[in-house]
Design a protein around this ligand. Structure first.
Ligand SMILES: [Zn+2]
Length: 426
């Protein structure tokens, strides 16, 4: 069996312990041994990687991936590309994520039904570079809500499946399951980009959500929900939705419901979108902070800070990522969320990094007996070596050339440790 020994790195194992210097042995696709001193594991028969001076951490998980979004500025960018070009684009994005330390991508939704499925299959077969992928579906929404862009005089459809009533929902979810999607995406609440249904509204009914969850679960699939409103979030928690996105608005009862469900659900705050708008990062694309003000974005950001700070304190499993792939939040910058978790939600740098690694691994292995997301014996070997200390400054993870070794499933995808060590010695 293929053996790799990484020696002398400072190991952040994501268990909650402080980093320590040691060696890690990988056999096949699994971590076989972790030592808290170096030189104890025999090197014979191993490919040896010198990790001295490097920071080792588990590979990261993007918890709300849109692999088919690339520098999107409007829904036209999701609709216009023909499926052939769009598939190539999706494959490119998968590679960008892996190049930036994301060894897993939990699909939120895609612009066409089979984009995530097709790329997942190629990556899993080892024919394309990319993270472990759980393929997202199209968004499923209801008439007049987020994603329904048709008008009486103009039947142009948005990039969503529009359903009304539980029976249409059942059919839509079954369609997504038939076509191979792992994760079904529901647009439960409104959204500031859709003035007819602002963020605090809840256009999708409880019966529709429940039908989606029961149907998806009966196929062994999982359900993601776009939910910003109190009514939407409570309905998702009651109906058994697995992954909740955004969740800005909350009240005491909602927080208590989250706490009751904390061993079952995962939550991605996806704060990057609001951060970019409020800080004028989307201004070159016409979405200035002033326009964001009219859309109510600063107030939503305030709600996000309140809710997710409280969810952190209650031990809810936050995952990073979300809504990268826009012109103002390009793929490859997804790990900015680690800094945002510290800045907005009061996480320590180490706990924010555990959201990116440990919690992501728990999410990805929800339906398997595998373990992922920590540097621990028996875990799947997704491992990064970083030239720098992400606990001191997480922005080092944004620089692909500082990720000097990337291993996914025990396979060394990239190894530039020699280059980094020569630079350090010079
Ligand atoms: Zn999204």
């Amino acid at each position: 069996m293929n053996k790799t020994l990484i020696v002398g790195a400072k190991i952040f194992d994501a268990t909650g312990d402080r980093p320590f210097e040691g060696d890690v042995l990988v056999e096949g696709n699994r971590i076989r041994a972790v030592t808290r001193a170096t030189g104890q594991i025999p090197q014979a028969g191993c490919q040896v990687i010198d990790g001295k001076g490097m920071f080792m951490m588990p590979g990261m998980t993007e918890g709300h991936a849109h692999l088919s979004f690339e520098t999107v500025t409007s829904t036209e960018d999701l609709i216009t590309p023909p499926p052939e070009e769009h598939t190539l684009l999706t494959a490119r994005v998968a590679k960008v994520l892996l190049d930036h330390g994301f060894t897993s991508a939990w699909g939120a939704s895609e612009a066409k039904l089979r984009l995530g499925v097709a790329v997942r299959n190629e990556v899993n077969a080892g024919r394309l570079p990319g993270p472990r992928i759980r393929a997202g579906s199209l968004e499923i929404s209801v008439t007049g809500a987020m994603g329904d862009e048709s008008k009486l005089h103009n039947p142009r459809q948005g990039p969503s499946i529009i359903v009304d009533g539980p029976e249409e929902m059942r059919k839509a979810v079954r369609l997504c399951c038939r076509e191979g999607c792992d994760n079904i995406k529901l647009d439960v609440s409104g959204d500031p980009f859709y003035p007819n249904t602002p963020a605090h509204t809840t256009p999708m009914s409880f019966d529709e959500i429940l039908m989606a969850v029961e149907t998806a679960h009966s196929y062994g699939r999982r359900v993601n929900a776009h939910t910003r409103s109190i009514g939407g979030t409570q309905a998702c928690l009651r109906a058994g939705v697995d992954v909740l996105y955004h969740c800005e608005y909350s009240d005491q009862r909602t927080l208590d419901m989250f706490e009751e469900a904390k061993d079952r659900v995962f939550v991605a705050p996806t704060v990057s979108l609001f951060h970019s708008i409020v800080n004028n990062e989307a201004a070159p694309n016409g979405l200035t902070a002033e326009i964001g003000g009219y859309m109510g974005i600063p107030a939503l950001l305030e709600e996000s800070i309140k809710t997710h700070t409280e969810l952190r304190k209650r031990g809810i499993r936050h995952v990073i990522g979300g809504d990268y792939g826009f012109a103002w939040s390009r793929h490859g910058t997804n790990s900015r969320d680690i800094g945002f978790f510290v800045q907005y939600y009061g996480y320590t740098p180490a706990d924010a990094l555990r959201c990116a690694t440990r919690n992501g691994g728990l999410l990805m292995t929800m339906d398997s007996n595998e373990k992922l997301g920590e540097i621990k014996e028996g875990y799947l070997a997704d491992v990064l070596l970083v030239d720098g200390d992400p606990l001191a400054d997480s922005s080092v993870l944004l620089k692909a050339d500082r990720l000097v070794m990337i291993m996914k499933d025990g396979q060394v995808y990239k190894n530039a440790t020699g280059v980094a060590q020569r630079r350090a010695a010079a």
